[in-house]
Design a protein around this ligand. Structure first.
Ligand code: HEM
Length: 484
């Protein structure tokens, strides 16, 4: 009867006992995504935890996550009203803003801008690829310099600068280079961005931590300053673009966004919206790409026998007289498989950005009220032993079928760009960027670790998982090919 049905729907979600004040915050540990995946054994794929003053529903596993994000896409398209989210992009962030008409318009303009500068036609596609090739070859030269006399170096910061140069060139038509001291200093601070906005960040669930001295308050203060600095940097560039704007010529993404906002002609989109959107794109295109490359280099150095296989393949397909290009991708399937396995194995964006429900919804028979914070555990899909044989082993060949082609069904099962209404809008450019950087570095160099060191796969948790500092050396393979 209706009464029993309602009672069942209103059944409290399963979940661990929550302590007063902190809830389950102290149980999350250093790697919350792994702790949250382990809790499924006791509570199932959809359960509730309490962090500080927030009740949070955690979604794990392919079925529950896709059911929520795809079948109930609108209900799960919100973002919580977290303090850290309000500090991003001058409070005008599309990425961290809630589901609304304004968000829809922002997202549409951002999506068409990305398309216009990466894949709209063969000319823009070529220009985008050329940009990456130029950065990748410069990176090769820097790596070789840093490796002179067999020196070993930490590649992290150079990778951040290279990724920043690509996204800055797209947004502002200008790169800032490995030698610009001010820009490099800004990038060093942005590196810490993900620590504060990742799922489980304490300042968001216990905002009262801001009211007395403690490490969370100190971290949040520097987070706010870093966001203001990045936003200020972008504001200055976008203002310059406005002053020299010519509706006949769209020079770069900033121009495209300014013009997109003008033609939307909607009072909800203000001048600051353009600055917010550009800051979002820079932030999103920086940390993710550099982290992906950071893991790729670590895995190359850690598994030299895989690297040798990749070298043999690239020499066979591309040869030694030219650099690899995007057109080679179809013939470099093992390389593509290596990228998919890096995304699966490291799951370097382990949880999506936190979502919230825009209305009440029932998932796997469990009722979730409106405005509930939702954590989505991408790592749990990528490490589900029912989906992947030996999920804790790094093995790119798992993505190849018996003919050596990429198994599309399997590669589509990797979840790192999320799904549904909030899925990443940069996934296509990200894949091209990672492929080209990786292929060019591999073609030109071999990457080696110190013989005495066994590189650790441990990492730090945040919006992205970052490897611990490590050192490598790069050795030139044959002749150095400069951007042709
Ligand atoms: C959102 C992953 C690169 C732009 C996201 C989200 C993930 C993600 C997990 C959150 C989705 C959610 O909350 O459900 C990645 C990965 C990347 C990457 C793994 C690289 C390997 C990029 C790039 C750009 C970009 C290069 C653009 C230049 C965005 C934007 C959003 C987003 C604008 C916010 C979407 C929204 O809230 O509606 N990305 N991303 N991403 N990404 Fe990416």
């Amino acid at each position: 009867c209706l009464w029993v049905r309602n009672l069942r729907l209103k059944r409290r979600l399963p979940g661990p006992f929550a302590w007063p004040v902190v809830g389950n915050a102290m149980q999350l540990g250093q790697m919350p995504h792994i702790t949250l995946a382990k809790l499924t054994k006791k509570y199932g794929n959809v359960y509730q935890i309490r962090l500080g003053c927030s009740d949070i529903v955690v979604l794990n596993g392919d079925r529950a996550i896709r059911q929520a994000l795809i079948q109930h896409s609108t209900e799960f398209a919100g973002r919580p009203n977290f303090v850290s989210f309000q500090a991003v992009s001058g409070g005008k962030s599309m990425t961290f803003g809630n589901y609304s008409k304004q968000w829809k318009m922002h997202r549409k303009i951002a999506q068409s801008t990305i398309r216009a500068f990466s894949s709209a036609n063969s000319q823009t596609k070529k220009a985008f690829e050329q940009q990456i090739v130029a950065e990748a070859t410069e990176l090769v030269e820097i790596f070789l310099k840093l490796s002179a006399h067999d020196k070993h170096f930490n590649p992290a910061h150079e990778l951040t600068v290279a990724a920043a140069n690509v996204i800055c060139a797209l947004c502002f038509g200008k790169r800032y280079g490995h030698d610009d001291v001010e820009f490099r200093a800004l990038l060093r601070r942005i590196d810490k961005f993900g620590e504060t906005v990742g799922a489980g960040s304490l300042v968001d669930v216990m905002p009262w931590l801001q009211s007395f001295p403690n490490p969370v308050r100190t971290m949040f203060k520097s987070f706010k300053i870093m966001n203001q600095d990045l936003f200020g940097f972008v504001q200055h560039k976008v203002e310059e673009h406005r002053e020299t704007f010519d509706p006949e010529v769209t020079r770069d993404m900033s121009d495209a966004i300014i013009s997109g906002i003008k033609s939307a002609n909607d009072s909800r989109l203000t001048r600051d919206s353009a600055e917010g959107m550009v800051t979002d794109l820079i932030g999103a295109g920086l940390d993710t790409i550099s982290t992906a490359l950071h893991w790729i280099l670590l895995l190359l150095a850690k598994y030299p026998e895989i690297q040798t296989k990749l070298h043999e393949l690239i020499d066979k397909v591309v040869g030694r007289d030219r650099l690899p290009s995007v057109d080679d991708r179809g013939n470099l399937t093992y390389l593509d498989a290596f990228i998919y396995e890096t995304m699966r194995f490291t799951s370097f964006v382990p949880m999506t950005i936190p979502h919230s429900t825009t209305s009440e919804v029932t998932i796997e028979g469990l009722h979730i009220p409106k405005d509930t914070v939702i954590f989505i555990n991408q790592w749990s899909i990528n490490h589900d032993p029912l989906m992947w044989k030996d999920p804790h082993i790094f093995d790119p060949s798992r993505f190849l079928d018996e003919k050596g082609s990429l198994d599309k069904d399997l590669s589509n099962n990797v979840m790192i760009f999320s799904a549904g209404k909030r899925r990443c809008i940069g996934n296509q450019i990200a894949k091209v960027e990672i492929f080209l950087f990786f292929a060019i570095l591999l073609h030109q160099c071999s990457i080696e670790k110190l013989a005495s060191e066994d590189l650790s796969l441990n990492c730090t948790y945040g919006l992205t998982l970052k490897p611990l500092d490590y050192k490598i050396t790069a050795k030139l393979r044959g002749e150095l090919l400069i951007n042709q």
